[in-house]
Design a protein around this ligand. Structure first.
Ligand SMILES: O=C(O)CCC(=O)C(=O)O
Ligand SMILES: [Fe+2]
Length: 436
């Protein structure tokens, strides 16, 4: 198949990006090698690329993961696959991955000497929470994984800052240990020349974008994605029924289970650690009493509101994923969205009544359970305090509008790309000239 060329690679490592929410106080920066590293013996085909992804891209992918992930394939692991994004009506969120996949595949082909031979077999955001680890293995070590020839692991956050533990170890050859740092990429052949492990995460959440490449075209992820897009995407871009809004997967996919058999809904947990709560009832029906026999998770796919402490924002979200995406978007873009208003009495804020507060607490107890449990899994005090201190509802309202613009912009790009993707049976980035 003819390879369709995309836009040139963006420059890597714009660490000073003024749009970044946080000042990058990377304590490891001083120790970081600027040269890329590889095994010189050639016995262990592997490569480390420092600062391959801009930090702004890492933040965008973090936003996507924290808005869309489900519980993963192993305990204490969360994942966001591209097919999951399509299946939950967030297909436009695959757009930020497109040029990264191309750059990584080109780099892998160049380094491993197989130009125009590789197909992306899998793309996913994967995060590991406290207690997760993996012992010595090669990535092709199961009969159903033999098609995996090369891996690319992109680190999206920092060891020692966002999480503790989680060092990557190679059993043989150099380098032996890799401390994940946002923007760095590790590539290696998936066979037994690169047996590796990941140490247990002891605090925080370790986030990667992980890709595998195959020489076998029948495992090409692009064909599967194009097929799914064709089945799932509504035919019109501007649809009256707000077709850009996310649709949750079955609720068990968001249920985190602990060894002690208690658990919580990860969507609720993720907004809880940012100081929000879902308010599931129409706040106008103050005397509504919850039916104790109802399926509480089902409530999260119905319209709901967002609250902080005893204040509720008078804006309806179609379901919890819609609200979660906006909260995570606000968290991602907070510094850009500051309106400068210090209004304590914003006009679209309503105080929660005692009865509604009680009902909400009962729901929260069912779906979030013990606060300490979800905080232990997701919380990272140092990263969250900036937003907590300076929260203003007006800034949050600005985030709702900015989230919609962002979503619609990606949808325009997706719809413009899709015909070309179908034609070439390949997912690739178009130049801006092709789009406009
Ligand atoms: O996240 C990493 O550093 C590597 C993970 C890994 O070994 C795997 O997913 O097979
Ligand atoms: Fe692995």
């Amino acid at each position: 198949m003819e390879r369709v060329s995309g836009i040139p690679s963006p420059p890597a490592g714009n660490a000073g990006d003024a749009l970044n929410f946080e000042v990058q106080t990377n304590t490891h920066q001083n120790f970081k090698k600027t040269e890329n590293e590889m095994d010189e013996s050639g016995d262990h085909p592997r490569l480390i690329l420092h600062d391959f992804l801009p930090l702004s891209t890492c933040k965008e992918l973090e936003f996507i993961h924290k808005s869309c992930s489900t519980v993963g394939y192993r305990p204490k692991v969360f994942s966001t696959t591209l097919s999951h994004l399509i299946a939950t009506n967030s297909a436009h969120l695959i757009i930020p991955f497109v040029s990264i996949r191309e750059r990584l595949r080109d780099k892998a082909e160049e380094f491993f000497g197989c130009e125009y031979e590789l197909f992306v077999e899998f793309t996913g955001l994967i995060s590991w929470s406290k207690g997760a680890s993996i012992g010595w293995h090669s990535d092709d070590n199961r009969s159903y994984l033999k098609q995996r020839h090369f891996a690319a692991v992109c680190y999206l956050n920092n060891h020692g800052e966002d999480f503790e533990g989680g060092l990557f170890q190679f059993q043989d050859g150099k380098p032996a240990t890799i401390a994940p740092m946002a923007g760095d990429v590790l590539m290696y052949s998936a066979d037994s020349r690169n047996i590796h492990s990941v140490d247990e995460i002891t605090d925080g959440e370790r986030l990667t974008l992980t890709l595998w490449f195959s020489r076998d075209k029948s495992y090409d992820e692009d064909a599967k994605l194009i097929n799914l897009l064709s089945q799932n995407l509504s035919t019109t871009l501007y649809d009256e029924s707000a077709s850009y809004l996310p649709l949750p997967a079955p609720s068990n996919m968001y249920w985190f289970v602990t060894e002690e058999d208690s658990g919580f809904d990860i969507r609720w947990a993720r907004i809880h650690i940012l100081g929000f709560t879902f308010c599931l009832l129409d706040y106008k029906k103050y005397d509504f009493i919850l039916d104790p026999s109802c399926d509480f998770s089902e409530q999260l796919v119905k319209p709901l509101w967002l609250a902080r402490v005893d204040e509720i924002l008078d804006t309806e979200f179609v379901n919890c994923l819609h609200a979660l995406q906006v909260v995570q978007f606000y968290w991602w873009k907070a510094s850009e969205l500051q309106t400068g208003n210090i209004a304590t009495e914003a006009k679209n804020i309503i105080r929660l009544s005692v009865s509604l507060l009680e009902n909400n607490n009962r729901l929260e107890e069912k779906l979030l359970g013990d606060h300490q449990l979800s905080e232990a899994v997701f919380h990272n005090v140092s990263r969250h305090k900036n937003v907590q201190c300076s929260f203003v509802w007006d800034d949050f309202s600005a985030a709702i509008a900015a989230w919609k613009d962002y979503t619609l912009r990606l949808r325009v790009e997706l719809f413009a790309s899709l015909a070309n993707w179908r034609k070439h049976q390949s997912v690739f980035s178009l130049t801006s000239m092709d789009i406009h």
